[in-house]
Write a protein that binds this ligand. Structure first.
Ligand SMILES: [Zn+2]
Length: 87
């Protein structure tokens, strides 16, 4: 038998009840990641305090900048390692 309670979405209800089912969707830096709930698609990210917070457009911007700096740093580190091992 089905009850028609159309006002509440079942997925949202599931998350409220059992908690979100977050999966890492993006690795920004070594310790900053973005998560998406596979159930209701709510997004979280790690903030500067190392805590999880809602992924707002502002944080998306910060993470994009962080990712750029991080990949630059990584490639510079790799280049240095290459130089020292070659010398
Ligand atoms: Zn959820």
């Amino acid at each position: 038998m089905k009850k028609s309670t159309s006002a509440i979405t079942p997925l949202k209800l599931y998350c409220d009840f059992f908690g979100h089912n977050y999966k890492v969707t993006k690795k920004v830096t070594h310790h900053v990641k973005e998560y998406t709930c596979s159930c209701c698609k709510k997004q979280l990210t790690t903030n500067s305090n190392g805590r999880l917070t809602e992924l707002t457009p502002k944080f998306k911007e910060i993470n994009a900048t962080l990712a750029k700096i991080y990949s630059n740093k990584l490639s510079r580190m790799n280049a240095q390692r290459f130089n020292t091992s070659a010398a």
